[in-house]
Design a protein around this ligand. Sequence first.
Ligand SMILES: C[S@@+](CC[C@H](N)C(=O)[O-])C[C@H]1O[C@@H](n2cnc3c(N)ncnc32)[C@H](O)[C@@H]1O
Length: 283
Amino acid sequence: MVLRPLIKALLPRSALGAAVSARDAVQILSTPRAAFDARNLRPAADVDMKAIFGDRSAAEAWQTDQAAVASVFGAREWVGGVNPGDRRAIYHLIYALNPRSVLEVGTHVGASTFHIARALRAAAPDGTLTTVDISDVNDPQSGAWVSVGLNRAPRDMLAALDCARHVTFVVRPSLEFMTATNEKYDFIFLDGDHSARAVYLETAAALRLLRPGGLILLHDFYPEGRPLYAGSGVIVGPDRALKRVRRECPDIAVMPVGALPWLTKDGSNVTSLALVAKASSPA
Ligand SMILES: C[S@@+](CC[C@H](N)C(=O)[O-])C[C@H]1O[C@@H](n2cnc3c(N)ncnc32)[C@H](O)[C@@H]1O
């Protein structure tokens, strides 16, 4: 274990990335086949990205809600949290799709959580969000909010944002929670462990938890494992996972959101968000 930081410091970044990618590939190859049931997914043909991200009413609500979130959380990017452009995209998705119940895997500092919660507050006042993290994100010592330099825990941020009633925090590994819960969800956001193995298994679990017409949203989806941003590398796991999912269940489609009408990161307007929907039947 003492050797690990030393190896990390000595190896060039590219070699480290290649080693992580190779381990990820071996892990998913050795993962037993899961069952995928696309029945409850919304058909891809029923998802109109242009309408979702161009929605005027969502854009107006965003002005108010973004200002509210910025007043307690700031408008900048926080280490490990989704970037400001992706927050806006997630806000539009929730506002437009109007889910009654949302599951988020990967709370961290709450960047996505706050925007889902405010979109629910604006568009679906009875809507609920369950956010799951393997670590206690609200802990006053170990919570990520402390190490990144935020002045309050996600739970306190939500109270300040008048959203506490919408959100339940769960401290548990995602797959354990997803296997044990009896709840069903209209929208599931996967932003936890980005290894191919985890995303492959979480996708199968998410499909079992979806209500009819539901959608899954992935973060850090780099189509074909290619870079999306000039200043940062690639996370290969989600693309690799969904390739295997689609080989085993061709009824599933992945819809990368692609370019947004606003900036995301590194001066780009591209996002790594991707929706998982039901593939159109062949003509
Ligand atoms: C990239 S961060 C999520 C960022 C968050 N959505 C935001 O915008 O602030 C990933 C989070 O997933 C959590 N995580 C990693 N593996 C997990 C697992 N197996 N189950 C649940 N959470 C996990 C990590 O603890 C970390 O907080």
